[in-house]
Unconditional design. Structure first.
Length: 442
């Protein structure tokens, strides 16, 4: 058995934890650069605000209805997600972090300790709410796909927030109510194909022969979907990993294929110093994440974006890839490679609206792949690894970016945000990770 625990309107819920007065009021959270709506309270949804709606278009209606608006605060949301996962880890032998607001729990054999899984799911919800303040819904079923369906049903009004699909009769009834495009694993292209064939519900899809799904829905992928819908678990299980401090990592490092850090600028940038500062900052953040997962990268891709709505036409996103002789998580080496890529891409006088760094070709630390014809790279001095460990420790103790490379602060006035920083006019404090933003009762 599996349980899927999903945090309700997660970003909004995080803001409400520290502003209880907002309970029952419409609240929205904006994307990076205050661009569009990415999280909405149920009250905001009822007013007709759509996911992804541009903020500048929605602003008059937001003011008309008295909607509380927040800029995204990912430092806060990430820490609250970590706290939720820590609570969940006490309820199951395994936890798989699926996203920042969702996690699967392995309930194998749990019926021996908790015969009433419905009550156990309610206890999970209550404990998470008590210890973190975050409301959740819980779906329990024999497979991940059915647990997703159960969780979707648990979100509906009138339920207790927990749905158990533990028998074929129960999950068949749930599948009969579910539209085929809502089934986890049925993408937009396959949904269109199925609807054209008058296959409109999950039950109709499950009633088809296994061989039909294998033939028409991606081979083994379709076959796995069929088996999942019939109660046979066959999707991979990727439990969360934990760092030295006992904190959950976002995903299984072995399954990660890339690490990316990208941002849109608050205003277009064309000065070389500002662009170099931004790219160096993104490279440092990505390198820190590599080290947290015990990985190294030997491909550094730099991304620069111009105005995608410009009338001149042509591509608005430009990339340059730099290959390193050996995989590394060293901030200075990755930053040096990123700046090389930036030098190739930047066109004098061109205004750039966004930038980013993507690290790929990931390998486990200590398991570097050697070239067949190239000479072996010189071993990394142990002092470099010690330096990176010290850097991470200082930034953990005194705040992110307390210690940086000089190039990442070259154009930044003391005590002021960098020129390329995105707009965040409505951002709340970092209540849980910064002494300056510590929550105060008013």
């Amino acid at each position: 058995m599996f349980a899927l625990v999903d945090c309700n309107n997660f970003y909004v819920s995080c803001e409400r934890v520290f502003a209880p007065r907002l309970e029952g009021r419409p609240v929205v959270v904006l994307s990076n650069n205050d661009g569009c709506l990415i999280s909405r309270s149920d009250e905001a949804k009822a007013l007709g605000f759509a996911m992804g709606e541009p903020h500048h278009l929605a602003r008059p209606r937001l003011a008309q209805h008295g909607v509380q608006v927040f800029s995204s605060n990912y430092g806060l949301y990430g820490d609250m997600s970590r706290r939720v996962v820590q609570v969940l880890s006490s309820f199951a032998a395994g936890v798989e972090v699926y996203s920042i607001d969702e996690a699967f729990l392995d309930f194998s054999g749990m019926h021996l300790l908790a015969p009433d899984l419905l009550a156990y799911g309610a206890e999970v919800r209550a404990r998470v709410r008590q210890q973190t303040g975050i409301p959740t819904c819980v779906g329990i079923a024999p497979t991940k796909t059915l647990a997703k369906l159960a969780n979707r049903l648990a979100r509906k009004q009138g339920t207790s927030g927990v749905v158990l699909l533990d028998t074929p009769a129960r999950w068949q009834a749930a599948l009969a109510e579910a539209s085929v495009e809502s089934i986890w694993g049925v993408g937009r292209r396959y949904a269109r194909k199925l609807l054209e064939m008058n296959i409109t519900t999950g039950a109709a899809l499950a009633a088809l022969p296994e061989a039909w799904l294998r033939r028409h829905l991606g081979g083994v992928v379709g076959q796995r979907l069929w088996r999942e819908l019939h109660g046979h678990a066959c999707l991979d299980w990727n439990p969360a990993e934990w760092d030295e401090a006992g904190e959950p990592l976002a995903a299984n490092g072995a399954a990660r294929h890339s690490v990316t850090c990208t941002r849109s600028f608050g205003r277009p940038q064309h000065e070389p110093a500002a662009l170099a500062e931004a790219v160096a900052t993104f490279a440092a953040k990505a390198a820190e994440k590599l080290r947290r997962h015990g990985l190294g990268a030997h491909l550094v891709t730099v991304i620069l974006g111009t105005d995608r709505f410009a009338p001149t036409g042509g591509p608005s996103t430009h990339t340059a890839c730099v290959t390193l002789p050996a995989a590394t998580a060293d901030t200075s080496r990755l930053t040096q490679a990123a700046l090389q890529g930036l030098a190739r891409l930047r066109q004098p006088g061109t205004a750039y609206h966004r930038a980013g760094v993507l690290l790929s070709g990931l390998e486990r630390t200590g398991e570097v792949q050697l070239g067949l014809f190239e000479p072996a790279a010189a071993p990394v001095p142990p002092q470099r690894a010690q330096l990176m460990a010290t850097l991470d420790r200082l930034n953990s103790q005194f705040g992110r970016a307390a210690v940086q490379l000089a190039v990442a602060t070259a154009g930044k006035p003391s005590g002021r945000p960098p020129a390329w920083a995105g707009r965040a006019a409505y951002r709340s404090p970092l209540y849980t990770t910064s002494w300056e933003g510590l929550w105060q009762l008013s």
